[in-house]
Design a binder for this molecule. Sequence first.
Ligand code: HEC
Length: 219
Amino acid sequence: MKVVETAAPTVLLVLIIAGFLSPALAQDNDDSQLAAGERVFNTVAGIGCKTCHGEYAEGDVGVGPYLRGASEGAIRAAIDATGEMVVIKSVITEDEIKAVVAYVGKLGTLQPVRTLAKRGRFLPQEISIRPGTGVQLIIKNASIQPHTFKSDNMNIEELVIAGRSSGSLEWRAPETEGEFAVYCTNCKLKDQLFVIKVAASAAPFRQVAPVGTTTDSAM
Ligand code: HEC
C-alpha cells in the first residue's frame, strides 16, 4: 500500500516535468536526431550496429558490410529480414529507425580520414582531399594513455581520446586550397603534425558502393 501512496505524487511530478520539457522536445532539430542516431548506432539492443558494421560503419569488423550512406529502404529491409540482425528487429523503435537512417545517411556524405597517433607520430602524416569535402576525421590513439588533439587552423574543438581507442570529429574543407593540421598536446613528441592538404588535384571522395543505390534485388 505504501508503494501506491508514494507512487502517485512521483507520477504527477514526472508529468509536470514532461510538460515543461515538451516545448524543447518540439523543436527537435537535425542535430538532436543525428545525436540520437549515433546513440542507436552505438548501443541499440546492447550491441549497436557498430559491433557488426564497424565503429564508423566501414564494414571493417568482418561481419556486416560497409554502411555509410545506406538508404532508408536498405536499412528497413535489413532490419526486417537480415537473420543476424534479429536482435535489433525486436527492440528498435520507429523513432530509432528514423534516427539511425539520418545518422548513417550523414556518414555517407563524409569522407572518412583516418590517422593513427603512435608515440606522438601520425601514421599517415599527411593526406590530400578536394576543396569543399566534408570529412569525418578519425584519430586512433595507440597509447594506453588518453591524449588530447587540437588544431590551430581548423576551427574544431579539442578532442580527447581515451587510450587504445579512437575518436572522431566532423570538419568541412574550405572551397580554396590550403594546408591544415592537427597535433597532440600531451603526447611524447609534441612537434608532430597530421597535415590535411586541401588541393584540387586530390582524388575525389567516392562512396564505397552505397547500399541501396546500386542493386534493388530486394524487390
Ligand atoms: C549482429 C550483427 C549485426 C548487427 C548488430 C547489425 N547488423 Fe546490419 N547486417 C549484418 C549482416 C551479417 C549483414 C549482411 C547480411 C547479408 O548479406 O545477407 C547486414 C546487413 C545490413 C544491411 C544491408 C547491407 C547491404 O549491403 O545490403 C544494412 C542496411 C544494415 N545491415 C544496417 C544495419 C543497421 C542500421 C544496424 C543497427 C540498427 C545493423 N545493421 C545492425 C549484421 C548486423
